[in-house]
Design a protein around this ligand. Sequence first.
Ligand SMILES: Nc1nc2c(ncn2[C@@H]2O[C@H](COP(=O)(O)OP(=O)(O)OP(=O)(O)O)[C@@H](O)[C@H]2O)c(=O)[nH]1
Ligand SMILES: [Mg+2]
Length: 451
Amino acid sequence: MTDTIVALATPNSQSALGIIRVSGRIVLELCEKTCGLPSPTARCAHLTKYTSLEQNTLDQIIMVYFEKGRSFTGENCMELTCHGNPIILEEILNDLIQRGCRMANPGEFAYRAFQNGKINLTQAEAIADLIGAKNKQALSLANKNLEGNLSKRIDDLQTSILRQHSDIEAFIDFPEDDLGVEKTAQIITSLQGICSELSDLIEIGKKTDVFNRNLRVVLVGPPNAGKSSIFNKIVGMDRAIIDQEPGTTRDFIDYNINLGQVNIQLYDTAGIRETDQVIEKQGIERTYQLIKDADLVLVVLDRSLPYPSFIAKEIEREINDEKSIIILNKSDLPNKIEITGSHFNELPVIDVSVTKNKTILKLTDEIKNYLLKDSFIENEFNLSVNLRQSNALIKSLVCIQNSIENIKSEETIEFSIPDLKESISLLGEIAGNKDNEDMLDLLFSNFCIGK
Ligand SMILES: Nc1nc2c(ncn2[C@@H]2O[C@H](COP(=O)(O)OP(=O)(O)OP(=O)(O)O)[C@@H](O)[C@H]2O)c(=O)[nH]1
Ligand SMILES: [Mg+2]
């Protein structure tokens, strides 16, 4: 058994209770020495006192012991539910460290659970997602992955690929037994079925992605169009400086907001115009960079002014039409803009005035609808696919497609084998390949301490 790790599993602040988790070799010894329980009943709550090395009572606690093989990490574990005073919790943590434990690294409990076969990688990620979920949908999807829905689909795919792989291998080993037109067609059909399964999962990844990250929404437009004013209205505070002088915002600012089912990172940017000023130019360059990475670009125009042809051309060059909405701001003023016949007329248009709250509410609704447009209708999916998993699925799909091409011709059929093997191994990475240490380090280091 490995060294013994300890961590606070609850926030380090004043609360009713605080939980300390311990896992590893000396747990049973600690049960005896700190709690006076040399042979605690596993998975039962013991009301006891925690005694320090100096023989002081540090707290009255509930201690639960989990025996090796039946704990979260798979090792001997103890959980101490203490009173939620940070001073008590720190004293107990220090005492456990003096007794031979060490502080756990981020995600180290989950990492041990994974190494000991208690959970696979998709389940470990689901636990992290469950804790980090920003909305109800993300929570529900994380729960489904924790139940093993994704792992099950991946397992089934691996088995199906393996079956085709062995049929082809048998033919290569005994080439005198012709694989036959019918059998070849059957293998190709099965592999095509696997391709469409993989494509389905990749598609789910694209759709469920919106629930699991902050979507980038960028306000752009000519100076003075009201970008900062709209930004402040949406975030609900005077975060950005507003002024009647064009060129007020020089560098972008951003703010995180929850819009119910989605979380967005909203950006207010420097107005786009021709300028000789170095700083302003840099600000405009940053705006262009933000446009590139945006999930949605809101092009803000002042409808009380004539159509800004030159600036519109500049913006038109930078934006992706499929990810853009036009906002005609200052609808409380007389209308002077004419966008009919312009490029922007082809895009969705929303009228807004920062003087009318109703129009801002409508705008946030539109933003949400737009970002959710490809996504689910609640409960459509019974699993989610994250970026790491999606990348492996995409590579695996390419391998299968290559192998189909090779199978189609009898001369190249044996070249299909390495691709099939590679596709199985790529799928293996989703549930967890224990040899890929770099990937595991990166993945678990994103977890919080105590998990
Ligand atoms: N009447 C009216 N005035 C508005 C509206 N929105 C913004 N303004 C005014 O327009 C001026 C410019 O607003 P900002 O929000 O600073 O514009 P901006 O697009 O951020 O400008 P830059 O930072 O210079 O690019 C300010 O005087 C605002 O009060 C609106 O809906 N109606
Ligand atoms: Mg501004």
